[in-house]
Write a protein that binds this ligand. Sequence first.
Ligand code: ZN
Length: 246
Amino acid sequence: MTARWDELADGVFARRYPEWDLTVGLVVGDGACLVIDTRANAAEGAELARAVREVTPHPWTVVLTHDHFDHSFGVSAFLPCEVWAHENCHRELAARGNPELALPDRLLTDRAELDIGGRRVDLVHLGPAHSDNDVVVHVPDVSVVFAGDLVEVAPPGSFSAESFGTDTTLSGWPGALDDLLALGAEVVIPGHGAPVDRGFVMAQKDILHHLSTLDSSVRAGEMDAAAAIAASPVAEDVTRAALRLG
Ligand SMILES: [Zn+2]
């Protein structure tokens, strides 16, 4: 798979990469643009910066959907510019203590409203879920939302074991997807994989809700690991990761 831009709506693009099937985004306004995620290192970030320049000459702002390396470690290729992220994203990146990592300098707690060349773009944190610093990027004029890893497409199912980390709050994730749907966007761009519709997000929410219920039962001692795996809607390795069964 060679990376290319897909224009999903007027001036709104997604670009998928073979590495981790990462999907990044671009919103182009009148004289400004917004780059959503930066790939995994300085060289990959530089490739993305060049790719943005194939679409638009406008100065860019960057937003990070969360701190995980595949999304956030390419920032330096875009500097100097404003880099938006959740405040916990800054904390996590700073904690890595890597002097080559560029840190976000525009931090949000719950939400921020950007003006990207006359286009309104909302950055929204929906509470701890996939990580504690997920930010979704809503472009209301075209009904598109970039969901970061709150939504992941990992064929053949909706999740992989890598979807769940030690920084995941499983119980918060279904509600975050409800809140994401409440933004009203029709097109949802995941952090990995191809764009999806609202129905996909609802189905993913149901799976997460089921996993969260199983997790509660295991934590309460009402169910053992084998029973939870048997009752799970997803594969054993994914269930083990989601419920931290080891
Ligand atoms: Zn990711």
